[in-house]
Design a protein around this ligand. Structure first.
Ligand SMILES: Nc1ncnc2c1ncn2[C@@H]1O[C@H](COP(=O)(O)OP(=O)(O)OP(=O)(O)O)[C@@H](O)[C@H]1O
Ligand SMILES: [Mg+2]
Length: 291
């Protein structure tokens, strides 16, 4: 879980609180979680995402075929599969970027994603991380997180020139979660590739998403950064539901632990189960080794 940043005499840490309150005390108000934006997601059955009989056809090519997939609340689900299996297309369907030719996609039991725009889907609590980091390079880590908060329309009415104490706490907490507390003043453009990725994840976390979609998050990272990212995801699960698409099998093994791994192939679920189960599945071995 997340520890509040500690300020100890023995450890030289930046005083984020004073950075965040340049003008002194601000009025108190609260950044509302996504659900408070109007649509309250109903997860009483323990499921955050329902994809049922989804088909996506591009000019006659069936990129997704009768796909059925369910993600539990707080689950960390790994999605693996060969190139062209439809993993990214599935994320495009969830976020409204691509509309399925048929089938249904629901957020919780009650929110029909086909009825919402891409922006609305982002605002109800589905955050997506693309492969390339898209941070504001000329701004500091802290400013990027502030901007992510300001980009959140739900916060606009309460956001004036200064952050509230609660917003400042939230930024400090997210910085600690993604391991960038020490680098808070650094210009984002000067961060390592891994740190940029963590910053972008932090920016997503500012919106308090219930479901996070991460497409190849460790591509291009060093081994140490990859491992640190695995630790980060392990702290995020439970609090958030995560869908992680990755080709790096060591990383998948690190984060899958006892959880379920879904193997996509040619637009459908080929296998689903623990990492051990799917790795020993003959059909999975066949698609990975080629026919
Ligand atoms: N907009 C599009 N128009 C036509 N075909 C597309 C489009 N988007 C994806 N495809 C095709 O759909 C199939 C699935 O692509 P997708 O990008 O979802 O695969 P993926 O599993 O994410 O692969 P990778 O592991 O390489 O990222 C591929 O054959 C791809 O060429
Ligand atoms: Mg892809």
């Amino acid at each position: 879980m997340i520890d509040a940043p500690k300020t100890q005499a023995s450890v030289k840490e930046p005083d984020i609180r004073s950075e965040l309150h340049p003008g002194g005390e601000a009025s108190y108000s609260r950044a509302l979680p996504a659900a408070a934006a109007g649509n309250t997601v109903d997860t009483t059955h323990g499921v955050i995402l329902y994809l049922e009989n989804i088909n996506v056809v591009f000019d006659g090519f069936r990129a997704i075929k009768d796909l059925n997939l369910y993600i539990g609340v707080g689950e960390l689900r790994c999605i693996i599969g060969p190139n062209g299996a439809g993993k990214t297309t599935m994320m495009d369907v969830i976020t409204g970027k691509t509309r399925p030719t048929s089938g249904s996609a629901f957020f919780g039991q009650n929110i029909d994603l086909s009825k919402l725009s891409e922006t609305e889907i982002a605002n109800i609590g589905i955050g997506r991380k693309f492969q390339r980091p898209t941070v504001f390079e000329a701004h500091s880590v802290l400013e990027n997180l502030e901007l992510a908060m300001k980009a959140d329309k739900r916060v606009w009415p309460t956001l004036r020139s200064r952050l509230t104490s609660e917003q400042a706490d939230r930024i400090a907490e997210v910085m600690e979660t993604v391991g960038l507390t020490q680098a808070y003043a650094r210009q984002a453009g000067l961060l390592s590739h891994g740190q940029k990725q963590w910053l972008e994840i932090g920016m997503l976390l500012m919106q308090e998403p219930q479901l996070l979609l991460l497409d190849e998050p460790v591509a291009g990272m060093t081994d140490a950064e990859t491992e640190r990212t695995g630790e980060l995801f392990n702290t995020l699960k439970g609090k958030h539901s995560l869908m992680v698409v990755e080709h790096d099998m060591d990383f998948v093994t690190q984060i899958a632990q006892g959880g379920n791994v879904t193997v996509l192939s040619e637009g459908s679920v080929l296998a689903e189960g623990s990492m051990d189960q799917v790795q020993n599945d003959e059909r999975v071995i066949e698609v990975y080794l080629g026919r």
